[in-house]
Design a protein around this ligand. Structure first.
Ligand code: AMP
Length: 398
C-alpha cells in the first residue's frame, strides 16, 4: 500500500490520536447492538499500547442534530471498549475544550482515552479548520482507522491532516484498502462481481467501474427489473425506476459491447403484496403476472450463480438479491452468502461491500467464512465506484 501505516511510525511515548469508526448500532435501551466496528479497531489500539504509546480515540455516533444528547453519547462505547481491552478507558465528556485538554495532558503511556461524539459540534461535518486544529493539538501522530467515514471530508478525517504530522493509516483501514484495491485493481481471475440491491441508481457507478474488469457480472435484487423493463419484459408490480429505463438500455448496450458475461435472474420469487406473509410463487422472470411483484431471485438463478462462480478466484458482492429483511424473501441472499463461503473454502478471495449485504451476511452467520466483510457501506461503495476517498487521500504517502 502506498499510504503510510501505523507500522511506519514511532509510537513510543507518543500521544497517538486515532480517528476510529465507533458508529455502532445501538438498541433503544442504549446498549450496543453490534460491536464489530469496535472489535475491528482493537489491533490498532493494542499496537499503540504495546509500543508504549498513548491512545486518544475519537469518533462520531449516529446523526445528532443541534448539539449533545444522551442518545448519541459514546460513553457506553468507552465502557464496552474497556471490557474488550480488559483495562480502564478514560472518557472525555466533550471532544474539545479546556477540560479535555487537561485530561489529554494527564495521560501516560499505556492509557486510552475516548473523546465524546465529534458530531456534537457542527464544525466536524463542516470540516472547520479551527476545530480540526484543536483536535490535532491533542496528538503527536494521527492515525485514521475509520474506513467507514473515509469517504467524507470532515474535520477529524481530512481537515485535521493539515495540522498534524505524520498522518498514517491504522490496521483496519489498511485491511479494507488492501482487499478493495485487489477487487478493483488486481483481481485473481476468474473474477466475478455480484451486484444487487434496490435501485439501479445506487449501483450504476459500481457497474460501470467494474464491468471492464470482471469476467462475469451478476445482477440481482430489485434493480434487475429495470433492466428487464429496458428489454420490454413485463415485470408486474416489481420495483422499476421508470426514469432509469433509458440508462438501463444504455448499460445493456455497454454490457454487450464489453463482451463480458452478464447474468440476470432467470426466475424469481413473486408475492401478491409487499409483506412477508403474502402469497408467493416461483416463476420465470418473463412470467410475472399483473398485480404480483418479484421480491427475491429464484432457485434456478441461485444455481446459475453457483455454476458461474465455481472456479472464481475473486468474488466481490455488493447488494442483497432480494428483500432479505423478510424471511420468506431472504433465500436468494442466503444462497449467495453460502456460495461465497464455499468459494472461500476453495481458495477464492471473497469480499462483501458494507451496508445491506454486510448486514445480511452477519444476520445469516456467514461473516467468518468470507475473506473480508467491509465495515464501511458508503465508503466501500465509493471505492468500488473508483472514487478517491478524501480520508485516505489525505494521509502521508511512503
Ligand atoms: P441497496 O441499499 O441499494 O443495496 O438496497 C438494499 C435494499 O434492497 C434492501 O433493503 C432490500 O430489501 C432491497 N431489495 C432487494 N431486492 C429487492 C426487490 N426485488 N424488490 C424490492 N426491494 C429489494
Amino acid at each position: 500500500m502506498e499510504t503510510m501505516t501505523i507500522d511506519d511510525v514511532e509510537l513510543k511515548e507518543k500521544r497517538v490520536l486515532v480517528r476510529v469508526d465507533f458508529n455502532v448500532p445501538m438498541t433503544e435501551h442504549g446498549t450496543i447492538a453490534d460491536d464489530k466496528r469496535i472489535v475491528e479497531s482493537l489491533p490498532t489500539i493494542r499496537k499503540i499500547l504495546d509500543s508504549g504509546g498513548i491512545a486518544i480515540l475519537m469518533s462520531h455516533l449516529g446523526r445528532p442534530k443541534g448539539g449533545p444528547s444522551a442518545e448519541f453519547s459514546l460513553k457506553p462505547v468507552a465502557k464496552h471498549l474497556g471490557t474488550l481491552l480488559s483495562s480502564t478507558v478514560h472518557f472525555a465528556h466533550d471532544c474539545v475544550g479546556e477540560g479535555t485538554r487537561k485530561l489529554v495532558a494527564s495521560l501516560k503511556p499505556g492509557d486510552v482515552l475516548l473523546l465524546e461524539n465529534l458530531r456534537f459540534h457542527a464544525e466536524e461535518e463542516k470540516n472547520d479548520p479551527a476545530f480540526a486544529k484543536e483536535l490535532a493539538s491533542y496528538g503527536d501522530v494521527y492515525v485514521n482507522d475509520a474506513f467507514g467515514t473515509a469517504h467524507r471530508a470532515h474535520a477529524s478525517t481530512e481537515g485535521i491532516t493539515k495540522f498534524i504530522k505524520p498522518c498514517v493509516a491504522g490496521y483496519l483501514m489498511k485491511k479494507e484498502i488492501e482487499y478493495l484495491t485487489q477487487a478493483v485493481g488486481n483481481p485473481k481471475r476468474p473474477y466475478v462481481a455480484i451486484v444487487g440491491g434496490a435501485k439501479i441508481s445506487g449501483k450504476i457507478d459500481v457497474i460501470q467501474n467494474l464491468l471492464p474488469k470482471v469476467d462475469v457480472l451478476v445482477i440481482g435484487g430489485g434493480m434487475a427489473f429495470t433492466f428487464f423493463r429496458a428489454q420490454d419484459v413485463e415485470v408486474g408490480d416489481s420495483l422499476v425506476e421508470v426514469e432509469k429505463i433509458p440508462l438501463a438500455k444504455k448499460l445493456l448496450e455497454e454490457i454487450k459491447a464489453s463482451r463480458r458475461r452478464v447474468i440476470l435472474p432467470v426466475d424469481c420469487v413473486i408475492a401478491d403484496k409487499f409483506d412477508n406473509n403474502a402469497q408467493r410463487r416461483v416463476v420465470p422472470v418473463t412470467k410475472i403476472p399483473v398485480g404480483w411483484r418479484a421480491l427475491d431471485i429464484g432457485p434456478e438463478t441461485a444455481q446459475l450463480i453457483r455454476l458461474e462462480t465455481k472456479n472464481a478466484k475473486t468474488i466481490v458482492w455488493n447488494g442483497p438479491m432480494g428483500v432479505f429483511e423478510m424471511s420468506n424473501f431472504a433465500n436468494g441472499t442466503l444462497e449467495v452468502a453460502k456460495i461465497l463461503a464455499e468459494a472461500t473454502r476453495n481458495g477464492a478471495t471473497t469480499i462483501v461491500g458494507g451496508g445491506d449485504s454486510a448486514a445480511a451476511v452477519a444476520q445469516m452467520g456467514f461473516e467468518a467464512q468470507i475473506s473480508h466483510v467491509s465495515t464501511g457501506g458508503g465508503a466501500s461503495l465509493e471505492f468500488l465506484e473508483g472514487k478517491q476517498l478524501p480520508g485516505l487521500a489525505a494521509l502521508d504517502k511512503k
